[in-house]
Design a protein around this ligand. Structure first.
Ligand code: XMP
Length: 326
């Protein structure tokens, strides 16, 4: 019979057998899958694993700290954090087109990640235990969707660090290959990961970069992060985290709306709340949530976030609307 305990034992055994005395690396995204995969591999091979976290500056409030502090505290994992905030902002300067933003974020992410990988590989070679394995949080549905198959990840390195070959080739460790999402959450909880990571709702890889309609700037990111934190806090306090699949909070940075504050007119930006209910994100409906909770979020955001004088609710299903605005 299936128990989280037996899955963990089985996987720990399998990982030890696969990796032996070699070393492995794992990229952490802040999401559930990579965190649970890393925690499992850490349990199996300890300090033979090094994790990499690229801080692109597009995460929500507290998420980077969750990885850097809470995840490390819970697992004891060896973590390399790359602060690439400025690099991403520079690359995104002047860009408003959503697909262009996605491309830039994806490209920069791979470059920064590969640079970190190459450094870890170089350290491994120096220590005499080569890094041969890359850990990935692939789930059973991912495998079904992509038509099966496993093997190696061939990662093209754009940066030639210390005379390493241009292409780093890794064998994959995929300890979640047989699991569904809810099982992954159970395994994560059993491994002692914090609730904030294990129960996390989906969040897009390009992060807040695609929740600012318009150019991404530091100021806009800070503003959106504050508004998003308020919305999340109130949704959690109202006990709506399970009913709501995810609730993108979007800054319409290129739109200005007139408001009034005291004796004066304001000219600020609208914030959009996009709470959706869904099974798999392929289709979704807007969540009929209590007016009082919406009122609280609206009052707090307009009071507490500078330059926001309006909060609007997105009442579009998917299709025709997507969950994200970009
Ligand atoms: P849409 O907006 O297409 O989103 O209805 C469906 C689900 O996918 C997430 N999403 C992304 N995830 N990179 C990601 O990793 C992306 O570029 C991206 N765009 C959308 C979205 O948050 C939702 O859960």
């Amino acid at each position: 019979t299936w128990t989280t305990g037996s899955v963990i034992e089985e996987q720990v055994e399998a990982i030890r057998e696969q990796v032996g005395t070699k070393r492995a690396i794992c990229g952490l995204s802040g999401g559930v899958d990579s965190a649970v995969a890393a925690a499992l591999v850490q349990k199996a091979i300890g300090s033979q694993l090094t994790c990499v976290y690229v801080d692109h500056g597009l995460m929500r409030k507290g998420e980077t700290e969750q990885v850097e502090k809470d995840f490390v505290a819970a697992t004891g994992v060896q973590l390399k954090v790359v602060d690439a905030k400025k690099r991403f902002l520079d690359a995104l300067a002047g860009v408003s087109d959503p697909e262009e933003k996605r491309k830039i974020i994806g490209r920069e992410f791979i470059r920064v990640f590969e640079q970190a990988e190459a450094e870890i590989v170089a350290e491994g070679s120096a220590s005499g235990e080569p890094v041969e394995f890359l850990v990935q949080g692939t789930l059973y549905p991912d495998i079904v969707e992509s038509g099966g198959g496993t093997g190696t990840a061939n990662i093209k390195s754009h940066h030639n660090v210390g005379g390493l070959p241009e292409d780093l080739e890794f064998k994959l460790v995929e300890p979640l290959r047989q699991l569904f999402k809810d099982e992954v959450r159970m395994v994560g909880a059993e491994l002692g990961l914090p609730d904030e990571i294990v129960q996390r709702q989906p969040f897009p890889g390009p992060g807040l970069g695609i929740r600012i309609v318009g150019e991404v700037t530091q100021e806009r990111l800070d503003l959106l992060r504050d508004a998003d934190a308020i919305a999340r806090e109130e949704l959690t306090a109202a006990g709506l985290d399970r009913e709501i699949w995810q609730c993108p909070v979007v800054l319409l940075a290129d739109v200005r709306s007139v408001g009034v504050q005291g004796d004066g007119r304001t000219y600020g930006h609208p914030i959009v709340l996009r709470p959706v209910s869904s099974e798999d994100a392929m289709t979704a409906d807007w969540t009929r949530m209590p007016y009082e909770v919406l009122a609280r979020i609206s009052t707090r955001i307009t009071n507490e976030v500078r330059d926001v004088n309006r909060v609007v609710l997105d009442v579009t299903s998917k299709p025709p609307g997507t969950i994200e605005w970009e």
